[in-house]
Write a protein that binds this ligand. Structure first.
Ligand code: NAI
Length: 410
């Protein structure tokens, strides 16, 4: 059965193009919707399974999920997924996808720009020039070539930044709690303390976890080389902002660039307040590390592709609610039964009994589980429209433990 997709909040056109080209009926509403508006909009979508694409304004609550049971896939065209009742989605077998890595390059480029702007004291010079002051001077201005960049968190962004920094002639080193393959001439250092003591620029690229919250307090900031710089475009709670303020005020640090804050305005209409405001060599940006047209286009494509793969093949790579299962090749199969079931003891033997009773030959089977649900692919050598396959799907769907069961041509 053809599925439809409702795209809200001006998600990038790449999403609509990609889903339309893949054969889905796509409807767009270019704003966020309230709970009731969303239920109404989803309920009036064409018959069959429905997917929804949102950004941060629209909330997919328990009420929405319960009111529209045919909603089985949600695309968050952003990084965060807090706007979705994830527990309810997970327990109900609803696939939720996001786009955590589409803005990697945009963030890395901004960090590189921040590094050069800080080293040359460009923002104070620019403010002077705007105010009619001609402050031509080389005092405190440096090239970045030959300086050392210390990256904490050598993941997608950290490693991309390392490549850009090397192209500028910087020496790059990193500290990560996981073993990572260093790219280019980058060196890994054994401890964070070593990195802080030996880097001219320290840039943070860690996730928000219990380990990283307040990772940079007064004690750690004091370990940065005198005259060093701290850059945070990762998450706001990683740095003790008052301690950073003190280090900058006392000129122990030469400067900082900050894009993320412990508390941020909910919208552009709200005022932004930070102890770092008014400090000379501090670049403050409003959480725009990933805010580029290119990143938006990538996000549109990344999430639309994930929704399509889930729809056609049951693929869940990157899903934040369902077990992540690689889509196996279905070389001798004509169709795939995709079953999402409650993860309780005995489910598999029940399903296998149903399969054994059906007389349909099985050419492939894969299972992935998380605490709540199991995801099972059963590949069969008969067409989805074949009566035998349809009957098998129906029998599996009828099991008490089954949440969602469909059959797709592969
Ligand atoms: P990633 O998951 O690819 O990399 C994070 C790295 O940090 C991993 O290699 C991990 O092993 C490491 N790590 C975790 N805990 C650590 C610790 N205690 N010490 C050292 N290393 C640790 O994440 P990605 O995509 O590189 O993103 C990094 C951060 O940037 C995230 O917090 C993300 O939310 C943020 N971000 C900010 C944006 C902005 O607009 N400013 C846009 C996109 C991402």
């Amino acid at each position: 059965m053809t599925a439809s997709a409702l795209l809200l909040e001006k998600v990038h056109a790449t999403a609509e193009t990609s889903l339309t080209e893949s054969g889905y009926t796509v409807q767009r509403i270019n704003k966020g919707l309230s709970e009731d508006e969303l239920i109404e909009a989803l309920s009036s979508m064409p018959e069959g399974p429905v997917m929804v694409g949102i950004r941060s304004k629209t909330h997919i609550t328990r009420k929405v999920l319960e009111a529209v049971p045919r909603l089985d896939a949600i695309g968050c065209f952003c990084i965060g997924t807090d706007q979705v009742a994830l527990d309810v989605a997970r327990a109900g077998g609803v696939a939720v996808f996001n786009a955590p890595f589409s803005s990697t390059r945009s963030v890395a480029e901004l960090v590189m720009a921040d590094i050069v702007m800080l080293a040359r004291r460009i923002f104070p010079r620019s403010t002077d020039a705007h105010a009619g002051r001609w402050a031509k001077s080389a005092v405190g201005a440096h090239e970045v070539r030959g300086k050392t960049l210390g990256i904490i968190g050598y993941g997608h962004i950290g490693s991309q930044l390392g490549i850009l920094a090397e192209a500028f002639g910087m020496n790059v080193q990193y500290f990560d709690i996981e073993k990572k393959l260093p790219l280019g001439n980058t060196n890994s250092v054994g401890t964070m303390d070593e990195l802080l003591a030996t880097s001219d620029f320290v840039s943070l690229h860690v996730p928000d976890t219990e380990l990283t919250r307040n990772m940079m307090t007064a004690a750690e900031i004091a370990k940065i080389k005198p005259g060093g710089y701290l850059i945070n475009l990762s998450r706001g709670k990683v740095v003790d902002i008052d301690a950073l303020h003190d280090a900058l005020k006392e000129e122990r640090l030469a400067g900082a660039a900050v894009d993320v804050y412990p508390s941020e305005p909910a919208s552009n209409a709200e005022a932004f307040v930070s102890p770092l405001q008014g400090l000379d060599n501090v670049i403050l940006t409003p959480h725009i590390g990933g805010s580029t047209q290119e990143a938006q286009a990538n996000i549109g494509l990344e999430v639309a592709t994930a929704l399509d793969r889930f729809r056609r093949l049951g693929g869940t790579q990157g899903s934040v609610t369902l077990p992540n299962l690689d889509v196996p090749a279905a070389s001798h199969a004509h169709s795939r039964i995709i079953n999402i079931h409650r993860n309780v003891p005995g489910v598999l033997s029940e399903i296998n009994q149903v399969v054994a009773d059906s007389g349909v030959n099985i050419v492939g089977q894969s299972l992935g589980t998380n605490d709540d649900v199991g995801l099972l692919y059963i590949d069969v050598p008969v067409a989805a429209a074949d009566g035998q396959a349809a009957k098998l799907r129906e029998s599996i769907a009828g099991l008490e433990t089954s949440l969602r069961t469909r059959i797709e041509a592969v």
